[in-house]
Design a protein around this ligand. Structure first.
Ligand code: NA7
Length: 596
C-alpha cells in the first residue's frame, strides 16, 4: 500500500463531508447526555477487584502530604517528595491498590497507546524495562506497584477510601481532610491527583436500567461472568450474545477478544475511530544494552517535542504517532509557526489513507464503508490496532452502525437501533470517562479554603489557577491535571513534569521556612488571561470537529475556554516551568501567614 503521498484531495469537498458528518452528531444535550456511576447508575460502580466487606477504624492524625488518588500522578509526586525528604505521605485511593487507570481498566486487550518506554514513568529510577513496545495493562499496573514499593508508599496508603472534603485551618496551616471512612487527617500539603479519565460515564440511553441481562462498564470488567483474563480466553461467552456500545480506544482493544469468544457479537457504533497499524514488538535486549543513563527522560522529551510540532534531529520512538507528525504537524501547539493549509492538507491525506486501509482489511464493502472515519485527524484521539478491523470479517461479529445517532433505546431484552431489537445476554459499555468537568464532580471532593470559600464557587465560571497547578485562596493545595496546563500526547510525561514542579515548590517552601504558599491574585489573573488568549486558535479547530470529549461534545463556552489546555502546547509549557524554577524567586507565589 502507498504511503499516501500520491493521494490527491479535494479540500473543499472533503470539508463539506466532514461538516455533514459532524452535524449528524451534534446534540443539544452535549455533556448532559452522560451520567456518572452514581444515583440510578451506582450499581455499575461495583469494584470487582476489592473486598466488599473491607472495614477499618477511622484515623485521626497529622501528616505532611495527602494525595487524592493513587495513580501515576500520586505515585510520581509522592516519589519526588520522598526524594526531597518529606516523611509522612498518605495516598488516599478509592480502589484497593495503587495504579489508577491501570487498577481500574482490566478489560481484555488493554495496553498503553503510547510506547511503554516513554509512557511508563520512572523506569530508570526503579530499574524496570518493559517487555514490549506497547506493554499490556497487567505489566503497567505491576510497574505502578513497584514505584509504590520503591518509595515505601504502601505503609501509609489508605485504600478503599474516598476523600470527601478538605477544610483549610489557617491557624494550624493544615488541610483537614475528611473521608468516606470517617478519617480526619490534618495535612500540610494536599495534592489532587484524580487523573485525566477516571470517572466512567454511562450514556443516558432511554430504558438503560430496564435491561434484564448482565451488564458492566469496561473499567469494571466482570471476569466472573466472561471467564478468562486480560489476555482473553473469555470462555464464559461461548454461548452468549454480547453487545458492546462504544468504539473509542477502549472498544477497539477489547472488541477483538469479544469477537474471538462470543457466540454472537454486536458492535454498536456511533462514530468510527481512525485506526492505524500498531506494530507491537518485544523489547530487543541488544537495544537495551545501548541505553545510557538519562535515556528515558530524553526519549520522553523527544517524543513530546515531535508530537507537538517541534523539530528534532532524530525521531527516537518512530511509531504511528511520530510518523504522522513527520507529515502532519499537530494543531495542539508547537514551538514554531506552522503552515495551516499544509497541515490541513496532510491531515486530510492521512485520513484518506486510513480509509483506504479499511477497504483493504474489511471484506464486506458496506461494513467497510461504515467503519470509515470522516473527521480531521486530531478531532478524536487516534487509535492503533492490528486486529480490530479484521474482527469484522468473522461470521459471528456484526457492526451495527447507528449513523451518528447512537443507540435508540435499551429494552429488557437488548438494544434497539433503527427499530431493530438486538437480543443480548451481555451488554458492555465502552462509553468512556468524564473529561474536564466541574472539579468537585470530577474528584468527588469539596474544598473549603481561606475564609471557608468553596473551591466549587471559586471555579464556578471555570478554573482559576497559576500554571494549572495552584489556586489563590487555597494555600498548599496543588492539582496534577490537564486543565490550563500543556498536555502531551504522552500524558504520563505531563504528569511527570507537573509532579517534579510541585515537588520543587514544596521543597523550596520547606527550605525557606514558608508554612503556607499560594499564587497571588494578580498572577492567577494573568495566567487566566493567557489561557483565554490562546483558546481562540484551538476553538476554530475544535468547532470543525465531530463531537467528543476533546471538543466538549461540541458545546463551547467561556467555562470550557478556561478549562482548556495551555494553548502553546506541552513543550512550551514545560520549558516555561523550567525557566520559572531556574529564576528561583517563586514568581507569582506568596506566603500566607498563619492566622493568630
Ligand atoms: P472514548 O474515547 O470517550 O469512547 C467512548 C465511545 O462510546 C465512543 O465511541 C462514543 O461514540 C461511544 N458512545 C457514547 N455514547 C454512546 C451512545 N449513546 N451510543 C453509541 N455510542 C456511544 O472512551 P474510551 O474509554 O474508548 O477511551 C478513553 C481514553 O482511554 C482514550 O482517549 C485514551 O486516552 C485511553 P462517539 O465517538 O461519542 O460518537
Amino acid at each position: 500500500m502507498s504511503d499516501g503521498q500520491d493521494i490527491e484531495i479535494d479540500v473543499e469537498a472533503l470539508e463539506r463531508k466532514y461538516a455533514e458528518e459532524r452535524d449528524k452528531r451534534l446534540r443539544t444535550d452535549a455533556f448532559e447526555q452522560f451520567h456518572e456511576l452514581a444515583g440510578d447508575y451506582a450499581g455499575f460502580d461495583r469494584d470487582p477487584n476489592a473486598d466488599p466487606d473491607f472495614k477499618r477504624d477511622p484515623i485521626v492524625e497529622e501528616c505532611d502530604v495527602v494525595t487524592i488518588g493513587g495513580g501515576f500522578g500520586a505515585l510520581l509526586v509522592a516519589g519526588r517528595l520522598r526524594e526531597k525528604g518529606l516523611g509522612k505521605i498518605r495516598i488516599i485511593e478509592k480502589g484497593a491498590d495503587v495504579g489508577g487507570t491501570w487498577y481500574w481498566n482490566r478489560y481484555p486487550g488493554a495496553a498503553c497507546d503510547v510506547e511503554s518506554y516513554i509512557y511508563m514513568p520512572m523506569l530508570e529510577e526503579v530499574g524496570t524495562m518493559p517487555t514490549e513496545k506497547y506493554a499490556k495493562a497487567p505489566e503497567i499496573f505491576a510497574h505502578s506497584q513497584k514505584i509504590a514499593r520503591h518509595y515505601d508508599l504502601y505503609a501509609d496508603a489508605l485504600f478503599q477510601t474516598v476523600v470527601e472534603a478538605a477544610r483549610w485551618d489557617g491557624k494550624r496551616q493544615r488541610w483537614i481532610v475528611s473521608t468516606s471512612r470517617g478519617d480526619e487527617i490534618a495535612t500540610r500539603y494536599l495534592i489532587s491527583c484524580t487523573g485525566l479519565l477516571s470517572n466512567p460515564k454511562m450514556p443516558g440511553i432511554p430504558g438503560i436500567d430496564s435491561f434484564k441481562g448482565h451488564s458492566f462498564h469496561t473499567s469494571r470488567w466482570d471476569y466472573t461472568y466472561t471467564g478468562g483474563n486480560q489476555n482473553g480466553e473469555l470462555t464464559g461467552l461461548k454461548d452468549k450474545r454480547v453487545g458492546i456500545i462504544g468504539t473509542g480506544s477502549t472498544g477497539i482493544q477489547c472488541i477483538p477478544h469479544l469477537g474471538n469468544w462470543a457466540k454472537q457479537l454486536y458492535v454498536f457504533q456511533r462514530t468510527p475511530s481512525s485506526i492505524d497499524p500498531r506494530g507491537n514488538a518485544p523489547t530487543d535486549p541488544e537495544w537495551v544494552k545501548t541505553l545510557k543513563p538519562g535515556w528515558a527522560k530524553e526519549r520522553m522529551r523527544n517524543f513530546t517535542s515531535l508530537t507537538s510540532g517541534g523539530r528534532e534531529e532524530v525521531d527516537l520512538v518512530q511509531d504511528g504517532w511520530t510518523d504522522i507528525i513527520a507529515d502532519v504537524s499537530s494543531p495542539t501547539g508547537g514551538t514554531e509557526p506552522v503552515d495551516e493549509a499544509a497541515v490541513k492538507y496532510a491531515q486530510m491525506r492521512k485520513m484518506e489513507l486510513t480509509r483506504r486501509r479499511i477497504e483493504e482489511a474489511v471484506d464486506d464493502p458496506e461494513t467497510a464503508e461504515a467503519l470509515k472515519p470522516w473527521f480531521h485527524y486530531f478531532c478524536k484521539r487516534p487509535c492503533f490496532h492490528d486486529e480490530y478491523l479484521q474482527t469484522f470479517n468473522k461470521p459471528n461479529v456484526k457492526l451495527v452502525d447507528t449513523k451518528g445517532r447512537g443507540v435508540e433505546r435499551v429494552t429488557p431484552k437488548g438494544v434497539v437501533v433503527d427499530g431493530t431489537e438486538y437480543e443480548l445476554d451481555l451488554l458492555i459499555f465502552a462509553t468512556g470517562f468524564d473529561f474536564i468537568v466541574e472539579y468537585s464532580r470530577e474528584s468527588g471532593v469539596e474544598l473549603y479554603g481561606i475564609g471557608g470559600r468553596k473551591l466549587s464557587d471559586h471555579w464556578a465560571e471555570g478554573r482559576r489557577t497559576l500554571h494549572g497547578l495552584q489556586t489563590h485562596g487555597f494555600p498548599n493545595f496543588f492539582v496534577i491535571g490537564p486543565t490550563q496546563a500543556g498536555v502531551a500526547v504522552n500524558y504520563c510525561h505531563s504528569v511527570d513534569d507537573q509532579s517534579s514542579h510541585i515537588a520543587y515548590i514544596i521543597g523550596e517552601a520547606v527550605k525557606r521556612g514558608i508554612g503556607a504558599i499560594q499564587p497571588t491574585h494578580e498572577a492567577e489573573e494573568k495566567w487566566i488571561e493567557s489561557i483565554l488568549a490562546s483558546a481562540g486558535a484551538r476553538r476554530a479547530f475544535l468547532a470543525s470537529c465531530t463531537p467528543g470529549y476533546l471538543n466538549y461534545e461540541g458545546k463551547w463556552g467561556r467555562q470550557f475556554a478556561l478549562n482548556d489546555f495551555y494553548g502553546a502546547g506541552p513543550t512550551a509549557y514545560m520549558g516555561m516551568l523550567a525557566d520559572w524554577r531556574d529564576e528561583g524567586s517563586l514568581v507569582g507565589l506568596e506566603e500566607v501567614p498563619a492566622v493568630a
